[in-house]
Ligand binder design. Structure first.
Ligand SMILES: Nc1ncnc2c1ncn2[C@@H]1O[C@H](COP(=O)(O)OP(=O)(O)OP(=O)(O)O)[C@@H](O)[C@H]1O
Ligand SMILES: [Mg+2]
Length: 362
């Protein structure tokens, strides 16, 4: 269908729960989205989500099938954007004196090491100058992205197995933010808080026109809700996923198994454990309070949700009510050329951002 045409741009986001593929065509400096596909990785009745991430042997056949459906041959894709997600990556803004590229590389490598849990391999650092520091004339704002060589190599290994030529390799939260900022205005005053709510992690990112960028990974996301339902109903992963999608993240109309029996383990878990929603609120609240205290900067004027859980109206309403500011799920296809029919649009935020940034790097 798309053949060898060099204007084809492919964004591939291999998550721990679902794989997202977005295909666009670039005409001048405009992109037209021509297709979007998502596939869950664990679909068998007895399969269970793996917090450590999916095996290459599970991912590769699914991605190949998706490319086939898209009418693309991986080895012929010239412009790919893909991303790393999950653990062992971090993004941070620092403000530093102007310096040479060599000095910058060395200073940022030192800085980056402070923010990364070590996995035994060396850290890889990339950075982008965001502009001048509005508060101190001789300084610049620098966004650093850091990961480990092991993470990067295992990603390249998957691409190699797929016969895909690596192009731009981003960090997932930045890809989602990239899609957002290409089409949305940041407020003049105050900051927006973006939450990329996938399965394993929620990436919280604070963005403002003048204010410091801040990010933190929260250990509560889609899997926390599924696991909670599994415990309450003593059911399988597949059943809990189905219930979650049908009845909402918290499946609040469902009574825990053995709830009437106060001695049962599941009833006591349900009563004494904080719900994933409350845990998520605590984590978000703590992060925002830390940000405001550390930077002395503005409060949050809006929440934007990305990722597979973002389409939950229940979650959106909960966040808006708790923080008393608007909260909206981000539709990365809105306002772009091309008409796309997918059910969970916010889930594609990162893949759209990757398709927009896709480049050939030889
Ligand atoms: N309609 C829906 N309602 C509620 N949750 C949903 C819905 N559709 C998908 N999800 C949840 O979204 C999550 C998957 O989202 P996403 O594709 O963003 O994750 P991922 O990128 O694979 O994960 P990660 O980036 O954390 O590795 C799963 O927990 C899934 O149960
Ligand atoms: Mg993800």
């Amino acid at each position: 269908m798309f053949g060898l045409k060099t204007n084809v741009r492919v964004g591939l986001d291999i998550g721990s729960h679902a794989i997202k593929l977005v295909v666009a065509e670039k005409h001048g400096d405009k992109h037209r989205i021509v297709g979007a596909w998502a596939r869950d990785i664990y679909t068998g009745t007895n399969e269970k989500y793996d917090l450590d991430g999916p095996k290459k042997t599970s991912v590769v056949p699914i991605v190949l099938d998706m490319f086939n459906e898209a009418g693309l041959k991986p080895r012929r894709v010239a412009h790919l954007g893909s991303c790393l997600s999950g653990l062992n990556m971090a993004t941070k803004e620092i403000r530093t004196l102007q310096m040479s590229e060599e000095e910058m590389n060395s200073a940022l490598t030192q800085e980056a090491r402070k923010h990364l849990p070590l996995d035994g391999s060396e850290s890889l650092v990339d950075y982008q100058i965001l502009g001048d520091d509005p508060r101190e004339a001789d300084k610049v704002r620098v966004l650093i992205a850091v990961t480990t060589k092991r993470m990067f190599d295992s990603h390249l290994d998957i691409l190699r197995e797929l016969e895909l030529k690596p192009g731009v390799v981003d960090l997932e939260p930045l890809s989602a933010v990239n899609a957002y900022i290409t089409h949305s205005e940041l407020p003049d005053e105050g900051v927006v808080c973006c939450l990329n709510i996938g399965a394993r992690r929620t990436n919280l990112m604070i963005l403002g026109r003048k204010d410091m960028y801040f990010s933190r990974d929260l250990p509560v996301a889609g899997w926390s809700f599924t696991e909670d339902i599994m415990k309450k109903l003593d059911c399988s992963f597949a059943d809990a996923e189905e219930i979650k999608r049908r009845q909402g993240l918290t499946a609040k109309d469902i009574k825990p198994v053995g709830a009437a029996d106060s001695s049962s383990l599941s009833a006591s878990l349900a009563l004494h454990d904080k719900s994933p929603l409350d845990k998520m609120y605590d984590e978000i609240n703590r992060s925002i309070r830390y940000y405001v205290k550390e930077t002395g900067q503005s409060g949050v004027v809006k929440f934007i949700l990305f990722g597979g859980c973002a389409s939950s109206q229940e979650l959106c309403d909960f966040v808006a009510a708790k923080f008393s500011v608007p909260c909206e799920a981000y539709d990365p296809f809105h306002g772009r050329d091309g008409s796309i029919h997918v059910s969970n649009r916010p889930q594609f935020a990162a893949a759209v951002g990757l398709a927009l940034r896709a480049q050939a790097i030889y």
